[in-house]
Design a binder for this molecule. Structure first.
Ligand code: NAD
Length: 480
């Protein structure tokens, strides 16, 4: 099936009103994947209008009907899992097994989880006491906010699109999605499936375009009731400033610099394998990448050897080759940023154990990189690199490990590795992070929550929290 080459507005597939297009290319080899309409503010306006019209009926449809359609969409995503995995692998340059076995199953689970909520949203019932001498009964309902504007990053488009689509649609909101220009194809395929599932026209709209024009128009459009943004802290701050001016609620899912805390009782080989997945999957272009590896000094050398062996075992190559375990970074710009950080690490005195630039050739390949002897005040320990670069920092005590973990501008996620269950709980409680995994890691469970504070963002996605952030609670008081 060829990739979708139109945008999806009001249930129809359209070109941009001004006829402009852009090319989507595979970063691993520069091959042409599709030519896609480049949305401009006029297209965005049409999408918001379609979503506003659809909201009138979608928000009033019985929840059960919305749930049936979301489940149908989940079934279709499952049917097309190979197609979507291929599209995502090609447009991002990541090994196809990752979206196939990790991201898209997460997207399906998210759609199903929220489909189950569609007829279960309820409010509170508050009997009495009296109201100025008269008995009263109050109850609350949850009202969908309206049209949601969703802005996506390029690094995990299918999963993050599902995180935004599912809670919004289940409560009765409609949505306008702006995917990143680097990765619109998997998201446009989701729109194709939404159409096939029978979602009414205008409930879901996709307008691929640049952040500075169509993204900015989405943020400021008067028809948008709530914004949900996943991307960099830099753009997140800009969106927050504009949203504040408009008093518009916004959820911001931003960057991370996740600590992986490895205590002396952890099994070195299996932990190094899991930690390598956490930092090298998706070429390290993951918000939750466990990039700060805090290791107890007594096992530091053994752990660094084991992690380096994992790094050296990764096979760089074409995203669709079955043997590939490490793809290309998304762009020349990202390559320059990541290799710039590697140079910076060397300049700051960290020890390069393995990795660095890959030999010249097509694509933007960087070898999985491990630095040891890192201090937490070095830039490679403080700033989000968004690439396959692990910074190993040694610690001596539990208190020091917690202090190092918390000494960061980011707080999205953390991992703890220990066989001492009490220590696992104790440290999890004290680490400042929106999500903590003990002795494991992976994609977030849609029943829990996802999000961080400070440079990692504002608010939470997933779980009941996302149902609440797409609704407002309304109080009704009846004087009896
Ligand atoms: P980015 O901020 O450059 O772009 C994200 C999106 O914002 C894109 O669609 C872009 O077109 C749009 N955009 C850019 N400027 C805009 C503007 N002025 N107004 C409106 N929209 C604008 O981020 P990226 O490079 O695509 O993604 C990488 C970042 O995303 C990393 O920092 C990463 O940690 C973060 N991320 C966070 C999560 C999470 O769940 N917390 C998940 C994935 C990625």
């Amino acid at each position: 099936m060829s990739p979708q080459s139109k945008m999806f507005i009001g249930g129809s597939w359209r070109d941009a009103q001004d006829g402009r297009t852009f090319e989507v290319r595979c970063p691993a080899d520069g091959s042409h994947l599709a030519t896609v309409p480049l949305a401009a503010p006029a297209d965005l306006h049409a999408a918001v209008e379609a979503a506003s019209n659809a909201f009138q009926t979608w928000s009033k449809a019985p929840g059960r009907e919305r749930g049936v359609l979301l489940n149908r969409l989940a079934d279709l995503v499952e049917r097309d899992i190979e197609i979507i995995a291929r599209l995502e692998a090609l447009e991002i340059g990541r090994p196809v097994a990752e979206p196939r076995h990790v991201d898209i199953p997460s997207a399906i689970a998210t759609l199903r989880y929220y489909a189950g909520w569609a007829d279960k949203l309820d409010g509170r019932s508050l009997a009495g006491p009296d109201h100025f001498g008269r008995p009263a009964h109050s109850y609350t309902t949850r009202v969908p906010v309206g049209v949601v504007g969703a802005i996506l990053p390029w690094n995990a488009p299918t999963m993050i699109a599902a995180w935004k689509i599912a809670p919004a649609l289940t409560v009765g909101c409609t949505i306008v999605i702006k995917p990143a220009v680097e990765a619109p194809l998997a998201v446009l395929h989701l729109a194709r499936l939404a159409e096939e599932a029978g979602l009414p026209a205008g409930v879901l709209n996709v307008v691929p375009g640049h952040g500075q024009d169509v993204g900015n128009a989405l943020v400021q459009h008067p028809g948008i009731a709530k914004l949900t943004f996943t991307g960099s802290p830099h753009v997140g701050k800009e969106i927050a400033r504009k949203a504040a001016e408009l008093l518009r609620p916004v959820t911001l899912e931003l960057g991370g610099k996740a600590p992986q805390i490895i205590f002396e009782d952890a099994d070195i080989e299996s932990t190094a394998f899991a930690v390598s997945l956490g930092i090298f999957s998706n070429q390290g272009e993951i918000c939750a990448a466990g990039s700060r590896i805090l290791v107890h000094r007594s096992i530091e050398r053994a752990f660094v050897r084991s992690l380096s062996a994992q790094a050296e075992g990764r096979v760089l190559g074409n995203p669709l080759d079955v043997g590939t375990t490490m793809g290309s970074l998304i762009s020349r710009k990202q390559y320059d940023t990541v290799t710039g950080y590697i140079d910076q690490g060397l300049a700051e005195g960290a020890v390069l154990e393995t990795g660095g630039r890959a030999p010249e050739g097509p694509g933007f390949f960087v070898r999985p990189t491990v630095f040891s002897g890192v201090k937490n005040d070095m830039r490679i320990a403080r700033e989000e690199i968004f690439g396959p670069v692990a910074a190993v920092i040694a610690f001596d005590t539990e208190e020091e490990a917690i202090a190092l973990a918390n000494d960061s501008a980011y707080s999205l996620s953390a991992n703890i590795w220990t066989r001492d269950i009490s220590r696992g709980h104790r440290v999890a409680d004290q680490v400042r992070a929106g999500s903590v995994w003990v002795n494991g890691g992976g994609t977030p469970d849609p029943r829990t929550v996802w999000g961080g504070d400070n440079m990692s963002g504002i608010g939470r996605e997933l779980g009941v929290a996302a149902l609440h952030s797409h609704t407002v609670e309304k109080a009704i008081t009846i004087l009896l």
